[in-house]
Design a protein around this ligand. Structure first.
Ligand SMILES: Cc1ncc(C[n+]2csc(CCOP(=O)(O)OP(=O)(O)O)c2C)c(N)n1
Length: 369
């Protein structure tokens, strides 16, 4: 195990002092340590991992220093374009250090959405011509090597991180002033929609909580599409579904997911039918992976949705307001509800026990396919 603060201090010693990325549960302690010890201009939680590559590139060009990009391996896909058409040695040749959490590492049990990504992680970097080391206790030597490599080759280099590599880093807990939990909000939503309505829920604990609520209510899972991976694409999946069927489709999104691919909201209201209903649970954080902040409370989410074409955007902070909000969005097309919640989840929260393929098959059957 690596002492997280010592690792951070060594990065700083090597003048690797600009951090950007998307938080990851496996890198939770490192992300907390970076957040606690770095000013907000030198630790930018990016909308998505591709943006982080852009930020690190710009920083290098103007400062001459090497940026550090942290992310889960699920985010590699978002980085492929800027790694190959911006940072690559055949284009602008921009050095940076990528620190990548290795979910789904072969031989280690993990959730279905991480298995394939884990299997191909090293090969994906190899295919892109990016050198990749697996971080171990000799991290000082490895960081010395990475630094020299970046200096000599002007190329990105990757440190892949096993689960459990970083020691616990106790950071001050983030919180906000809202009363409801995400799970309480979800229960009110489920009580307010009709029995045959469909739900498409976002990546992380939202989908895990919906799964458990359905178990508790003995309602089965075939009306819910749990977007276990593919963070940020929940709204597009729901929109596609609403075009393919007349059934009501409730998209239940998170602020991190909304922000990750916010561009989709420029498109969705242009094509979504009356049966597309959008609910955003905004807790101002990537709560599922450790509560690192998003800009969910710094931006006017309601105005953004309205500006993109939603006719009415309702806001809820209490159970009563959620109930009323769902009644409202039932009535017409292009209606959205933004629910503000506090952070936190049950300690004993489980994971879906129905496989993604079985979930999809049952849902397609329910749609009549
Ligand atoms: C492309 C990608 N990057 C990062 C992750 C890791 N991840 C899973 S859930 C999550 C946070 C989601 O935040 P938000 O949408 O605000 O929902 P919350 O957890 O706050 O309910 C992250 C970063 C991922 N699954 N995919």
């Amino acid at each position: 195990m690596i002492n997280t603060k010592k690792f951070y201090d060594y990065l700083i010693k090597k003048e690797l002092d600009f951090f950007t990325g998307v938080p990851d549960s496996l890198l939770k302690n490192l992300c907390s340590c970076i957040k606690e010890n770095t000013d907000s201009k030198h630790n930018i939680i990016a909308a998505n991992e591709g943006n982080a590559i852009g930020l690190a590139s710009g920083y290098h060009i103007s400062s001459g220093k090497f940026g550090v990009v942290y992310m889960q391996n699920s985010g590699i896909g978002n980085t492929v374009n800027p790694l190959l058409s911006l940072a690559d040695e055949e284009v602008y040749s921009i050095p940076m250090l990528l620190i990548v959490g290795w979910r789904g590492e072969p031989g280690i049990k993990d959730e279905p959405q991480h298995v394939k990504q884990g299997k191909v992680t090293i090969d994906l970097f190899k295919t892109m011509g990016i050198e990749c080391l697996v971080l171990d206790d000799n991290y000082e030597k490895q960081l010395d090597y990475c630094y020299s490599y970046m200096k000599e080759n002007n190329k990105p280099i990757v440190l892949v991180v096993h689960k459990g590599t970083f020691s616990e880093y106790d950071s001050s807990k983030t919180s906000n002033s809202y009363d409801l939990t995400r799970e309480e909000s979800l229960e009110v939503i489920m009580n307010s929609i009709n029995k045959d309505d469909f739900i498409v829920s976002t990546t992380g604990k939202t989908s895990r909580e919906i799964f458990e609520l359905r178990e508790k209510r003995k309602e089965g899972h075939s009306n819910d599409f749990l977007t276990v991976g593919s963070m940020g694409h929940t709204s597009s999946i729901a929109c596609g579904m609403s075009i393919g069927s007349k059934k009501n489709i409730y998209c239940i999104d998170g602020d991190g997911s909304f922000i990750m691919h916010m561009g989709s909201f420029a498109i969705i209201p242009q094509v979504a039918d009356k049966n597309f209903k959008y609910i955003l649970i905004n807790n101002g954080a990537h709560e599922s992976v450790g509560g690192q902040p998003t800009v969910g409370f710094n931006i006017d989410v309601e105005k953004i949705l309205k500006g993109c074409g939603f006719k009415n955007v309702y806001k809820a902070t209490t159970k009563e307001e959620i109930k009323r909000g769902v009644e409202k969005i039932k009535e017409d097309s292009l209606q959205a509800l933004v629910i503000y919640t506090k952070l936190g989840s049950r300690k004993d929260l489980g994971r879906p026990t129905v496989s993604p393929i079985d979930n999809k098959k049952a849902m397609m059957k329910k749609f009549g396919n």
